[in-house]
Design a binder for this molecule. Structure first.
Ligand SMILES: O=C(O)CCC(=O)C(=O)O
Ligand SMILES: [Fe+2]
Length: 231
């Protein structure tokens, strides 16, 4: 268990072994080619439990979003979101996890670059919840180059729903889909890969925390997408 300065963050620990459990011999080359690396079991059960409590504390500040995003080819958004600012206000524990040097070092080792906190406090760490029939986070690219997405709830319905779908960097026409269980995470080259979350079925729920990072020294071009989705 790590010791953190903020007593509220006790209980938030990660299984750092997940950074080596992706089954890839050269993860950096794979990330450059494919843009997606799974991190199964990054969040131990106790951490998921603590994060659930943190999420309960931020949910009163959530926004329901049902619209098409013009700046992303008019793709649909049907989801409930919590912005980075609201998370900073209500959950020092999530903020602390976002800035955790061991976490940042782990993701940096997966992508082969030094990462740093995103400049935009709205987009830095956000919560996305799909919980009504048909909820979906439509195709888009992110402003920041690297996303760490962690699963707090994930549908396990037999037909499969709420899968991540992405188009690899080198083959934009070859869409791939991936499912994730509670406690899993993945790293995505999110500014280059078009990605979306497929619609969820009635009765299913999918809740993720998305941590966005910059590559040290590389500027980021911002679109209106984050302010449309999180404010
Ligand atoms: O929920 C996911 O798996 C993707 C989240 C995402 O693409 C985003 O927040 O920009
Ligand atoms: Fe995204």
């Amino acid at each position: 268990m790590q010791t953190r300065e903020n007593p509220k963050t006790e209980g938030i620990d990660l299984d750092h072994g997940a950074f080596g459990r992706h089954g890839l011999s050269d993860v950096v080359t794979h990330f450059d080619r494919c843009g997606y690396v799974p991190l199964p079991g990054l969040l131990p059960e106790e951490t998921v439990a603590v994060l659930r409590e943190e999420i309960a504390a931020v949910l009163p500040l959530s926004n329901r979003k049902d619209f098409v995003m013009e700046c992303m080819d008019n793709t649909p958004r049907h989801m409930t979101t919590v912005s980075g600012l609201a998370i900073a206000e209500r959950s020092p524990a999530i903020v602390d996890l976002y800035h955790d040097p061991q976490l940042i070092a782990g993701i940096s080792s997966v992508v082969g670059r030094s990462l740093e906190a995103a400049g935009d406090p709205v987009e830095r760490h956000v919560l996305n919840m799909l919980h009504e029939a048909g909820d979906t986070h439509g195709f888009h690219t992110d402003d920041y180059p690297v996303a760490l997405v962690m699963f707090i709830e994930s549908p396990d319905c037999p037909d499969g729903c709420g899968r991540l779908e992405f188009c690899p960097v080198e083959n934009a026409h070859d869409a791939q889909t991936r499912s994730h269980a509670v406690g899993d995470a993945y790293v995505l080259r999110s500014d280059r890969l078009k990605h979306r979350v497929q619609p969820i079925h009635n009765g299913c729920r999918r809740t993720v925390l998305n941590f966005a990072y910059s590559v040290e020294g590389e500027p980021v071009e911002q679109t209106p997408s984050a302010s449309l989705l999180y404010t």
